[in-house]
Design a protein around this ligand. Structure first.
Ligand code: FES
Ligand SMILES: [Fe+2]
Length: 441
C-alpha cells in the first residue's frame, strides 16, 4: 500500500505539483503527425500535464506549440490563422510566435504604439519536435534536454503504425502494469480465454488452471527497470529471464523483439486521464526492403463496445480495461501488495527518489539526455522473437493487438512475408526469429 499523501505525490501532474515537475523534464508525445495534418486549420488542440495547448504547423512547415487560449479575451487558438512565423488569433488579430511572444496587436499597435502593450501579452510557448510519426513536446525548464531517440523509433527500413487511446484514469495505473509480469497469465491467458468464449456467445468453460510463473525479477538499469519472468518449463537461459523487457523511466514501455516491437507512452493529460500511444514497428528480413509509407498512419482505439462495456477482446484492451476499472486514481492506500508486486514497489520507490531530487533543485538522474553523439539511436536489449523457425503463411497474418486495424495492414503483411524466405533452420542465436503476434509483455 501507499499512504494517501504518497499516492497524491505520484499521481498529481499539474503545473507546480512535484510529479508535474518531474514529468516536465521528459519529452512527451502530444498527438500524431497524421492527426495534425488532417486538420484543415493546421492546428490541433492537445492537453497534457494539466495544460490546454494548441499544436500548429506554420506556413514554412515548422511545428509550434502554444497555450490554447489567446491572452486577449481567451478565444481558442485552435481556430487561429496560421501564418509564416506564428499563429494569429482569429478574434481580433493578435499574433504570437512559436515561443508565445506577442508579435502584433493590430488595434493597439495602430492607436497606441507607445504603450508597447504587446510586450506584456505573451502566452506560453513550448518546444516541439517530430519523431516516428508523433509530435513530441517539452514543457520543462531550460535548457531542454534532447528528445530521446529510442532505437525502435529511429530504425530505417521499417513499417510503422500508431494506435492512440484516451484512458479515463491516471497515468500511474498504466505504467505500474508494466512492472507486473504475473498479470500476463491471468488477464491475457486465463481470463482472456474466458472473455473470448463469452464474446463468441458461448457458455465459458472453467478448466483447471495451473499458475505458470515460477519466479519474477527486476533489475534497475541505465534507462529504468528490466522486468524478467521464469515460467514453467523454461530455464534461466530463456530470453524472458535472461533478457527481459525494458521499462523506460518514467512512463514508457518497450515490448517485443528487434523485428517487431511496440513502444508505449503513457502521457498524463491531467490527474484523471491518460493519453496512451503505441508505436508499432515491423522490420523485414535481412536483404529485403520494407514497402515505403508516405506517412506513418495513426488510429484511435475504441475503449468500449456498442453496449458501453469496456472491450476485452484484444490484448491491450484487456490491460486498458483493468487500468480504467481501478478508478480515475487507484486508492493505493487500500491495496494489499504481495510478493508479485515487487516490481510495482521498486518502481514507486524509484519515482519517489527522483521526485526528491527534483524537489531539491536537481534534474532527474535518469533519461535526461544532453549529448547528441550518444543520442543517435538508444539501443535496448530486447528478447529475440519466440516460436523459432515457425514462419508460416498463418504466422504472417497481421493481428492487431488493440481494437481496430492499421491503414497499412497490407504493408505490414508484406514485411512479415519477407520472413518466409528465411531458412527456418537458421539457429535462433544467429538470427532473431519472427513473432508477428507478441506473446508477452
Ligand atoms: S481574443 Fe484573441 S485577439 Fe482578441
Ligand atoms: Fe498486459
Amino acid at each position: 500500500m501507499l499512504s494517501i499523501r504518497d499516492n497524491e505525490l505520484l499521481t498529481q501532474v499539474g503545473p507546480g505539483m512535484p510529479m508535474g515537475q518531474l514529468m516536465r523534464y521528459y519529452w512527451q508525445p502530444v498527438c500524431s503527425v497524421q492527426d495534425l495534418a488532417a486538420s484543415p486549420f493546421r492546428t490541433k488542440e492537445v492537453e497534457i500535464l494539466g495544460e490546454k495547448l494548441v499544436v500548429f504547423r506554420d506556413r514554412q512547415g515548422r511545428l509550434g506549440l502554444v497555450e490554447g487560449h489567446c491572452s486577449h479575451r481567451r478565444a481558442s487558438l485552435a481556430y487561429g490563422v496560421v501564418e509564416n512565423d506564428g499563429i494569429r488569433c482569429q478574434y481580433h488579430g493578435w499574433k504570437f510566435d512559436h515561443s508565445g511572444r506577442c508579435l502584433e496587436q493590430p488595434f493597439e499597435d495602430t492607436t497606441h504604439p507607445e504603450d508597447r502593450f504587446r510586450e506584456k501579452c505573451g502566452i506560453r510557448g513550448y518546444r516541439v519536435e517530430e519523431l516516428a510519426g508523433l509530435v513530441f513536446a517539452y514543457l520543462g525548464p531550460e535548457p531542454a534536454p534532447l528528445l530521446p531517440r529510442w532505437a525502435p523509433l529511429v530504425y530505417d527500413n521499417a513499417v510503422r503504425d500508431i494506435a492512440i487511446t484516451e484512458l479515463p484514469c491516471n497515468w500511474l495505473q498504466a505504467q505500474e502494469n508494466s512492472l507486473d509480469p504475473v498479470h500476463l497469465e491471468w488477464l491475457h491467458n486465463y481470463s482472456g480465454s474466458y472473455f473470448a468464449q463469452i464474446m463468441a456467445g458461448e457458455e465459458p468453460e472453467l478448466g483447471e488452471y495451473q499458475p505458470r510463473h515460477q519466479k519474477i525479477g527486476f533489475d534497475v538499469f541505465e534507462y529504468g527497470i528490466i522486468k524478467r519472468r521464469l515460467t514453467i518449463g523454461n530455464t534461466e537461459e530463456h530470453d524472458e529471464w535472461r533478457i527481459g523487457h525494458p521499462i523506460l523511466f518514467p512512463n514508457v514501455l518497450v515490448v517485443g523483439n528487434p523485428l517487431a516491437n511496440i513502444v508505449q507512452f503513457r502521457v498524463p493529460i491531467d490527474d484523471n486521464r491518460t493519453l496512451h500511444f503505441s508505436v508499432y514497428t515491423w522490420r523485414p528480413a535481412p536483404g529485403f526492403d520494407a514497402p515505403k509509407q508516405d506517412s506513418i498512419p495513426s488510429r484511435w482505439v475504441p475503449l468500449r463496445d456498442e453496449n458501453d462495456r469496456l472491450l476485452v477482446n484484444h490484448v491491450f484492451n484487456q490491460d486498458y480495461t483493468c487500468w480504467v476499472s481501478q478508478g480515475p486514481i487507484a486508492e493505493r492506500n487500500l491495496e494489499k501488495l504481495g510478493k508479485s508486486d515487487e516490481g510495482v514497489i521498486l518502481f514507486r520507490k524509484m519515482l519517489l527518489d527522483q521526485l526528491k531530487r527534483v524537489q531539491s533543485g536537481h534534474e532527474p538522474a535518469i533519461n535526461v539526455f544532453r549529448d547528441p553523439s550518444s543520442n543517435v539511436s538508444l539501443e535496448l536489449q530486447l528478447e529475440r522473437a519466440k516460436y523459432g523457425g515457425q514462419v508460416t503463411l498463418q504466422d504472417v497474418t497481421y493481428r492487431p493487438l488493440e481494437a481496430g486495424c492499421s491503414r497499412d495492414a497490407d504493408k505490414i503483411e508484406a514485411v512479415l512475408r519477407t520472413w518466409q524466405h528465411i531458412d527456418p533452420k537458421w539457429a535462433a542465436g544467429e538470427i532473431p526469429e519472427l513473432e508477428p503476434v507478441l506473446a508477452s509483455h
